[in-house]
Ligand binder design. Structure first.
Ligand code: ZN
Length: 563
C-alpha cells in the first residue's frame, strides 16, 4: 500500500531530520557554551599591547651645544634553538658587530635559549640584518642615551639606567621633565605570531622636554683639564673648580674630582658619581676674610688710613691664636693683602659676635644654593649663642664653620657684583620638543649684602692681594684680577686639627672693575706644598688665562698698538 509505504518513509525522514537537528544543536551548544570561553581567550591572546618608550629630552649648554640626547640603536638577541649552524652565524655577526666570533659561538652553545648579543648596535646595521636573514637572530629598535662630550660634564649630567630613568646628576634631578609620556601600540597577531598589518592602533609616545643650561662647554673643558692636572700634580683626594658670572649668578663651568665616565658609570665606584661643588663641605679658612673686612667697612668700624700692628699672635680669652708670622706695622688693606689673622680678629672683635654672625649669614654661609643638583649639603654656621669663648679667634678666619665650594663662591661674588649677591643659576629654561618655553629661570638677586662702595673697596684690596700679596701666583700681567687664598686645616677623627692635612683654595675674579668671571679652585689634602697661594692660585691662573683668550678680554698693554 502506497500510502502506508509513504507514511513509513515520511516517518523515517522525520526522525532523520530530528536526529541531525539534534546533532547540530548539541554541537552549537557545545561550541557556544562549552567551548566559547576557549575561543574568546584565543582571540584575545592574539591581541598585543606594547609600550612605546618616548625619546628623552636633550640637555644643552648655553650656546645650544648638545650635552645629552637620545639616539636610536638596535638591540640584537638570539634564540639559540633556531640556530642551525652556530659557527657560521657567529662568523657573520662578528664581522657586523666587531665582536670576537669565539665569544659569540660560546654564547650560542651555552645552553640558554634567549641570548642578548648587544643592546647598542648602530641603526644602519638593520638593512644588512634584513638582507642576511640569519635564522634565530632577532633585533629591535630602541632609544639609548648619548653624551657627545663625555667624559666631560659626567659629574654634572649624571646618567640614566637601562629603563631610561635618570639615576644621578641632572638626569636624576630633572627626570620628570626629561622623560616623556609612554605610548602604546595595539595590534593582532596571526597564528604564527606575526603582527597583522591594518590592525595596529597607536597612542603616540610624547617626547620629553629639553633642559637648557648656563654652562659653557669650552670653559668647562678649561676647568676640567686644569683640575685634572692639579689633581695629578698634588695627589689631592678631592677637587672642585667652579666658574661663574658674578653679575647674573650663571654657572659657566662646574668640575668635580674624583670623576667617572657617564657612558660606563657601572665601572666606577659610586663615590666618583657625586658632584662635590655642592655635595661636600669644608672649613674655608682665610677665603672668608674679605667678608669680615666688608662687614667692618659697612659698619664703619675701621678706616682706610688706620694703622695696625701685628706681633704674630693675639690672645682670645685665655688662648693664643697664632699668625703665620709677625706682620708688624700694617694699614687696613694690608690685613687682607697679608691675610693677617691678628688684624682680622681685631676687626671682628670691634664688630661683635652678633654683627659678625649677621653678615656671614647674609653672605649665605651655611645656606643651601638650590641649583637643582641632588645631594646638596647645607654647610654649618652656628648662631652666637652656640659659640664658645674661643670662637671669636676662629670664626673670623674661617674656622668653626662648614661651607660648600659653591656657597663660598656665591658669597665672594657679591663683592664682585657691587654688593649684590646673586642666586646661582644652572638651568636657564626648559622647552618643549616643539621649542616652546615651558619654564624659565631668570637671574635672581638674593639680596644686597653690603653697599656698592664697600664692595668696590674690598675688591680693590683683593686686587692688591693678587698683585703683591698672598695671591701672587694668580697674577697675570696687564690684567685686573682680584682674589683671595685659603688654607684650612682638616679635623682628624679625634675632633682635633690634624697638623698634616689641609684644604687649599683660591677664589678670584676678572676683569675688574666689573668682573664677568669668578673662579673657585678647591683641593682636599694636597701632598707636599699645601698653601692655597702655592697650590690653588696657579690653577686659577691657568683657567683665567684660557678664559681671557676665549672671551677676548683686553690687556692694559693691548692699547699700545703697532701703529
Ligand atoms: Zn699678622
Amino acid at each position: 500500500m502506497i500510502s502506508r509505504k509513504f507514511a513509513r518513509r515520511a516517518n523515517f525522514l522525520f526522525f532523520l531530520c530530528l536526529f541531525f537537528f539534534g546533532v547540530i544543536t548539541t554541537h552549537l551548544f557545545f561550541l557556544q557554551v562549552v567551548k566559547g570561553k576557549f575561543y574568546r581567550e584565543e582571540a584575545l591572546s592574539r591581541l598585543v599591547l606594547e609600550e612605546i618608550l618616548p625619546p628623552r629630552g636633550s640637555i644643552l649648554d648655553r650656546n645650544g651645544k648638545t650635552l645629552a640626547e637620545d639616539v636610536r640603536v638596535l638591540s640584537i638577541s638570539a634564540y639559540s634553538p633556531q640556530i642551525d649552524d652556530p659557527e657560521k652565524v657567529a662568523q657573520e655577526l662578528s664581522q657586523l658587530l666587531s665582536l670576537p666570533p669565539v665569544e659569540l659561538q660560546q654564547k650560542f652553545q651555552s645552553g640558554r635559549s634567549w641570548i642578548e648579543i648587544t643592546d647598542n648596535a648602530p641603526l644602519y646595521l638593520k638593512e644588512t640584518l634584513e638582507e642576511k636573514k640569519l635564522k634565530g637572530i632577532d633585533w629591535r629598535e630602541k632609544s639609548t642615551r648619548f653624551y657627545p662630550q663625555a667624559p666631560l660634564f659626567s659629574n654634572l649630567l649624571g646618567f640614566v639606567g637601562k629603563d631610561g630613568r635618570g639615576l644621578e646628576g641632572l638626569e636624576f634631578a630633572f627626570d620628570s621633565y626629561l622623560t616623556g609620556k609612554v605610548g602604546y601600540s595595539f595590534y593582532e597577531k596571526d597564528a604564527l605570531g606575526k603582527g597583522i598589518p591594518l590592525t595596529t592602533k597607536y597612542l603616540e609616545a610624547q617626547p620629553g622636554n629639553n633642559l637648557h643650561l648656563t654652562v659653557d662647554s669650552t670653559i668647562q673643558f678649561f676647568a676640567e683639564e686644569a683640575l685634572d692636572r692639579a689633581m695629578e700634580k698634588t695627589k689631592a683626594l678631592r677637587g672642585v673648580v667652579i666658574v661663574n658670572n658674578p653679575q647674573n649668578g650663571d654657572i659657566l663651568a662646574l668640575a668635580s674630582r674624583p670623576s667617572f665616565d657617564n657612558r660606563t658609570f657601572q665601572a666606577f665606584p659610586p663615590e666618583s658619581w657625586k658632584n662635590l661643588a655642592t655635595g661636600m663641605v669644608f672649613e674655608p679658612g682665610s677665603t672668608v676674610k674679605p667678608l669680615v673686612m666688608a662687614a667692618v667697612l659697612e659698619e664703619k668700624k675701621a678706616s682706610l688710613s688706620e694703622q695696625f700692628y701685628c706681633p704674630g699672635y693675639i690672645m682670645v680669652y685665655n688662648h693664643r691664636v697664632r699668625d703665620i708670622k709677625a706682620h708688624g706695622e700694617e694699614k687696613l688693606e694690608d690685613l687682607l693683602i697679608n691675610s693677617c689673622n691678628v688684624g682680622i680678629i681685631t676687626l671682628a672683635e670691634r664688630l661683635g659676635k652678633d654683627k659678625l654672625f649677621y653678615y656671614l649669614k647674609n653672605f649665605g654661609l651655611g645656606e643651601k644654593c638650590d641649583i637643582g643638583l641632588p645631594g646638596e649639603e647645607q654647610g654649618l654656621l652656628r648662631p652666637p649663642r652656640d659659640w664658645s669663648l674661643l670662637s671669636m679667634g676662629a670664626i673670623p678666619i674661617g674656622q668653626e664653620m662648614m661651607v660648600t665650594p659653591l656657597q663660598l663662591l656665591r658669597a665672594l661674588s657679591a663683592l664682585a657684583n657691587k654688593g649684590v649677591m646673586m642666586q646661582p643659576r644652572l638651568v636657564k629654561e626648559i622647552t618643549s620638543p616643539k621649542g616652546e618655553v615651558i619654564e624659565s629661570f631668570s637671574p635672581t638677586p638674593s639680596k644686597e649684602v653690603v653697599s656698592e662702595k664697600t664692595a668696590s673697596v674690598v675688591l680693590e684690596m683683593m686686587e692688591k692681594t693678587v698683585a703683591k700679596g698672598t695671591g701672587k701666583k694668580a697674577y697675570l700681567e696687564g690684567y685686573h684680577i682680584a682674589g683671595k687664598t685659603g688654607t684650612g686645616q682638616k679635623v682628624g677623627p679625634d675632633g682635633r686639627y690634624d697638623p698634616h692635612k689641609f684644604y687649599s683654595s683660591f677664589v678670584g675674579f676678572l676683569p675688574l672693575p666689573e668682573p664677568r668671571f669668578g673662579i673657585i679652585v678647591f683641593l682636599d689634602e694636597p701632598q707636599g706644598e699645601y698653601y692655597g697661594g702655592d697650590i690653588a692660585a696657579p690653577v686659577f691662573k691657568e683657567i683665567a688665562q684660557n678664559i681671557i683668550n676665549y672671551a677676548g678680554i683686553m690687556s692694559d698693554k693691548a692699547e699700545v698698538g703697532l701703529f
